[in-house]
Design a protein around this ligand. Structure first.
Ligand SMILES: [Ca+2]
Ligand SMILES: [Ca+2]
Ligand SMILES: [Ca+2]
Length: 438
């Protein structure tokens, strides 16, 4: 009975808090409760409603590094931040659709004041990026707008005494600001997978943004899931992961060469094949050396003929070779997305070590493979994860807590063995990568 009262009470509290916050003070799209604003944000917010009225809903960038509804940046090079705010007006009267607008606020005579307001595009802000260039121009703002369910549009604005001026606009599906030609300055990479499948490079050239290169992309892609820059073979390569169908991704590799922007991958000519794999295995720089690797799943030694549900897989990580005519293996790892870690095998383990896994205790045992899956006395290492509360118990049974992330502790137990495949705690520590949540 007590419990029932409590939950009703909690629901009531929650309803009061969420409606109270959203209707009387500040409504931020996508949040149930308004976050606590700090003093500066409160001042900016009040300056904004003083200028545009209080019937507004703030919009914040959904992706990218800038996620605050108040994006702070010195966009006029005077040493003091301006605030860029996106909002839509909430009309109480007519059927008027709310329109997304962009407002710039600045500190004038020691208080925040709205200095510029302009109609923006679409229904949402995808992301906000700030390029910086060698000529010292810091007054550009790149904004990606979500136009509707499928379409996005990027605008580059220049901020001056005349306000925000649009330098260019282009449709896109995914974008990145990165140095693609290796010259030191960022280019804007725009990928499309709606009507056309293209990659386009927009380059900044003293005061203007020029569409410099364009190349075709694989037409079966429905969504780009990651764009990663790789420095290798004396040049810059861009690895683009794209979704094909519901649960597959593949990686296309782009490069600027003497022939312009080139897609090294594809099914025509003598291009590299696009390596398919299940979604959730992004290409990434696994070992942090600047070179991006693409994972390829294969059964661990001894698991080729085991049923799919019991199959243990390893990831072979490959990258484009120096001649750009093949992939080359970089290393092999045990990629445990369920327990959130990736263990890169020392080279001497490759194709010689396999695992068994206890599903109920999250315990994985690595042992020397000698033609069958019975471990006997060939154990090398155990890895397991535990919630921190129960971690102390296990340390008494020979486990060491190697590291922890959030509520999870990663425990290690080295076998007492004279095997040539034995490894040290330091090697485990160096080769164990904790995966980001998700
Ligand atoms: Ca400024
Ligand atoms: Ca560049
Ligand atoms: Ca790497």
């Amino acid at each position: 009975m007590m419990k029932k009262y409590l939950s009703v009470f909690l629901i009531l509290c929650f309803a009061l808090v969420s409606s109270g916050c959203t209707s009387t003070f500040l409504s931020i799209d996508g949040l149930i409760m308004a976050p606590k604003l700090n003093e500066e944000q409160t001042q900016i917010y009040h300056a904004l409603i003083d200028s545009v009225g209080k019937d507004i809903k703030l919009k914040y960038p959904k992706n990218g590094e800038e996620r605050s509804p108040f994006v702070l940046r010195d966009i006029d090079n005077d040493g003091q931040d301006e605030a860029i705010v996106f909002y839509e007006t909430v009309s109480k009267t007519t059927e008027n659709l709310s329109r997304l607008r962009i407002n710039v606020l600045d500190v004038r005579e020691e208080r925040w004041d709205s200095v510029y307001d302009k109609a923006a595009y679409g229904m949402d802000v995808d992301q906000v990026l700030f390029p910086s260039y060698d000529d010292g121009q810091e007054d550009y703002v790149v904004v990606g707008f979500q136009m509707n369910q499928n379409e996005k549009k990027v605008c580059v604005y220049e901020f001056s005494e005349y306000g925000l001026q649009e330098m260019m606009q282009e449709p896109y599906s995914a974008l990145a600001l990165m140095d693609i030609d290796g010259g030191g300055e960022d280019e804007l990479l725009l990928l499309n997978c709606t009507s056309d499948h293209t990659a386009k490079v927009i380059k900044y050239m003293t005061g203007s943004f020029v569409s410099q290169y364009e190349t075709g992309m694989d037409t079966s892609v429905t969504e780009y899931t990651s764009i990663t820059r790789s420095v290798q073979n004396g040049g810059v390569y861009i690895y683009v992961d794209g979704r094909r169908g519901t649960d597959q991704i593949g990686t296309e590799i782009l490069k600027i060469s003497g022939r312009g922007l080139v897609n090294l991958t594809g099914s025509t000519g003598n291009r590299l094949p696009i390596l398919p794999r299940r979604a959730g295995l992004p290409s990434q720089d696994v070992d942090g050396d600047g070179v991006v690797e693409i994972p390829q799943e294969q059964p661990m030694p001894g698991y080729a003929n085991v049923s799919d549900t019991e199959k243990e897989m390893q990831n072979v990580w490959v990258t484009v070779n120096e001649n750009e005519d093949d992939y080359q293996q970089q290393f092999i790892s045990y990629y445990n997305s369920k327990d959130g870690y990736n263990f890169i095998f020392p080279q001497k383990w490759e194709e010689k070590v396999t695992v068994t896994r206890e599903l109920d205790t999250n315990e994985v045992t690595f042992f020397e493979y000698q033609g069958n899956l019975s471990m006997d006395d060939r154990e090398l290492l155990r890895l397991k994860t535990q919630s921190q509360a129960s971690a102390t118990v296990d340390q008494e049974s020979g486990y060491l807590a190697l590291t922890s992330r959030g509520k999870t502790t990663y425990l290690v137990k080295l076998a007492q063995t004279s095997s040539a495949l034995a490894i040290t705690l330091e090697m485990v520590s160096n080769n164990l990568q904790i995966l980001n949540a998700g």
